[in-house]
Design a protein around this ligand. Structure first.
Ligand SMILES: Nc1ncnc2c1ncn2[C@@H]1O[C@H](COP(=O)(O)OP(=O)(O)OP(=O)(O)O)[C@@H](O)[C@H]1O
Ligand SMILES: O=C(O)[C@H](O)[C@@H](O)[C@H](O)[C@H](O)CO
Length: 159
């Protein structure tokens, strides 16, 4: 979880491979209208996000039924979104928040050519983010380290 460009897809796909778990890319579950909105520089609202989170929950449950576990890259910016995901899944859910400085996130988003998410939406993502509190028991990683080092830290924490 975390704002656009924080490194969710990069770490998520590495973790999926390491855990032999299906990797679900949250971006793939947005409605076409939601992608068009973001492409046009408009931030999503709760109304855009609830059905998207529910689709992710359904897919995650199917993967859990099939393979026992799954790794999901999903912004899950607000505590209520994470509660929705937890409620949808018939298995314990662990969240890893990925974060970095605004400057580094902007640089990474700007360097990424083939993505619908404009850098102009980063500030709205940062404003919407509710960092998990103690009760959520999330791991928090800064994505300055090499992705494989982050993967190994996450695996140690998960185990
Ligand atoms: N640990 C890292 N070190 C260096 N670069 C990284 C790291 N993690 C991710 N990146 C780079 O930062 C950019 C954004 O990463 P990534 O696409 O994984 O983020 P994301 O959170 O999935 O973004 P979005 O939510 O917008 O899809 C990519 O170009 C990626 O290669
Ligand atoms: O909740 C949201 O606003 C969205 O999921 C965004 O975070 C983007 O889809 C994602 O980051 C891809 O850039």
């Amino acid at each position: 979880m975390g704002v656009s460009g924080c490194g969710k897809s990069t770490l998520g796909s590495l973790l999926g491979t390491a855990l032999d778990a299906p990797f679900l890319e949250g971006d793939d579950f947005h409605a076409p209208e939601a992608v068009a909105k973001m492409r046009a520089g408009q931030a999503l609202t709760d109304d855009d996000r609830w059905p998207w989170l529910d689709r992710i929950g359904v897919a995650a449950n199917a993967a859990i039924t099939d393979r026992g576990r799954t790794v999901i890259a999903c912004s899950a910016l607000r505590a209520a979104y994470r509660a929705r995901l937890r409620a949808a899944m018939a298995a314990p859910v662990r969240f890893i928040l990925l974060e970095n400085s605004r400057e580094r996130l902007l640089a990474r988003l700007a360097a990424r050519a083939d993505h619908y998410m404009p850098t102009s939406l980063l500030d709205s993502q940062l404003a919407t983010l509710e960092r998990p509190d103690e009760d959520e028991g999330a791991m928090i990683l800064t994505t300055d380290a090499d992705p494989c080092a982050l993967r190994d830290a996450a695996l140690r924490w998960l185990r």
